[in-house]
Design a protein around this ligand. Structure first.
Ligand SMILES: [Zn+2]
Ligand SMILES: [Zn+2]
Length: 377
């Protein structure tokens, strides 16, 4: 099966943080060895994009952001190494794109893939040290992950999973970051077991998924902590057993009251701010784990009380994404079985032309759950 691929496509290009995202026509990318070309049906708008958009995290410009996508495979590269992905398949793409060849990938630790950090996250390239995106004049445009805020994107085949029939091709975009990051944190960082109590500090796109996945893993108590009552209402609907508004009450006092004075076994911190780190650390029980998932705005530090951490044997276990090749198929399976209500998390859909408006709302905390760019709009 061959599908006609246009020479040019629309993409949201960032040339200068001061000017913001602009929708432009650039060349449609083409896949190389071990890669697939995906016609994007939707791309999620993630809080971590704001750090690049605002200039807090340095990234080469011009670039195309967008790192959680769903779409249809329209071309596979030569000598394609993953015959399970074929033209016509609908797939989800993960933001964390393992090279599949480095020492970390060989050990199954896709989340620690060195080329992903050095080539893609620092330089906007894929693993042959080049980008797939070019302006109409042939000058390079750098890729943040796959550069999914576009009509087409190239993704290494290590980083896509086929979506079964029945998965919504628009809402399904959030599986590759919001849901997968949550899965990695619950499964690996938090190591949540049946009967554990957990707290989730900040209940946006990723936090909402942490709640659902912790529930699926058998957590007995899931305490949602946020400063917005509407987000806490959503959290309760998604399976939280209690909600604490940390703007109007003291989170530690409330969590201790809810846990018989112990604190929770695992606290997830999902925003990447010093104050949410503090909140998460103060609600963990003796011997418990605090799992930070939220990326900070560039180089940022949080205060940790030394003696409390030492005397109470608390662990801080960072978690970034998940082990894509192993975990993304499981996330998709959980969504297919209804264990992750990914549709219910998507609260807003924007056309690509309205991408700047969507991120402005996200920056002002006005997006519940997740917003996505829907390419059919
Ligand atoms: Zn993300
Ligand atoms: Zn690797």
């Amino acid at each position: 099966m061959t599908i006609e691929i246009p020479e040019l496509m629309k993409a949201a290009v960032l040339r200068d943080p001061a000017a913001g995202l602009r929708v432009e026509e650039i060349r449609t990318p083409r896949p190389k060895e071990g890669e697939v070309l995906v016609k994007v049906s939707a791309c999620g708008m993630c809080h971590s994009d704001l750090h690049v958009l605002g200039g807090a995290i340095a990234f080469p410009m011009p670039c195309v952001l967008g790192h959680e996508v769903a779409g249809e495979v329209v071309e596979v590269g030569p000598h394609h190494g993953q015959p399970t992905v074929a033209v016509g398949d609908r797939v989800a793409g993960a933001f964390l794109m393992p090279c599949g060849r480095c020492e970390s990938c060989a050990a199954g630790r896709d989340d620690l893939c060195v080329p992903f950090f050095t080539m893609n996250r620092l330089r906007g390239r894929l693993y042959d040290d080049t980008t797939r995106l070019f302006d109409v004049d042939g000058s390079p445009i750098w890729m943040y992950s796959m550069g999914g805020l576009a009509q087409y994107c190239v993704i290494p085949s290590t980083s896509v999973t086929v979506l079964p029939d029945g998965i919504d091709p628009v809402a399904g975009a959030i599986l590759g970051c919001a849901a997968m990051t949550a899965y990695g944190a619950v499964r690996h960082g938090g190591d949540v077991r049946f009967g554990d109590s957990v707290a989730v500090v900040a209940t946006g796109g990723v936090g909402s998924n942490v709640i659902q996945i912790a529930r699926a893993f058998g957590a007995s108590q899931i305490i949602a902590i946020d400063i917005a009552d509407d987000k806490l209402d959503d959290a309760m609907r998604l399976g939280a057993t209690a909600a604490v508004n940390s703007a109007t009450s003291d989170a530690r006092t409330e969590v201790l009251a809810l846990t018989g004075g112990r604190g929770v076994d695992v606290a997830f911190e999902v925003l990447g701010r010093p104050e949410t780190w503090t909140t998460a650390l103060t609600v963990v029980r003796d011997g418990g784990r605090m799992v930070p998932i939220g990326l900070g705005a560039g180089v940022q530090t949080a205060g940790v009380e030394i003696n409390q951490t030492v005397r109470r044997s608390q662990s801080i276990v960072g978690s970034y994404g998940a082990r894509t090749r192993h975990d993304l198929p499981r996330v998709v399976d959980m969504a297919a079985k209804g264990q992750i209500d990914y549709r219910g998390i998507v609260s807003r859909r924007f056309a690509l032309e309205d991408v700047a408006e969507g991120y402005a709302l996200l920056r002002h905390g006005e997006i519940r759950g997740r917003a996505v760019i829907d390419m059919s709009l």
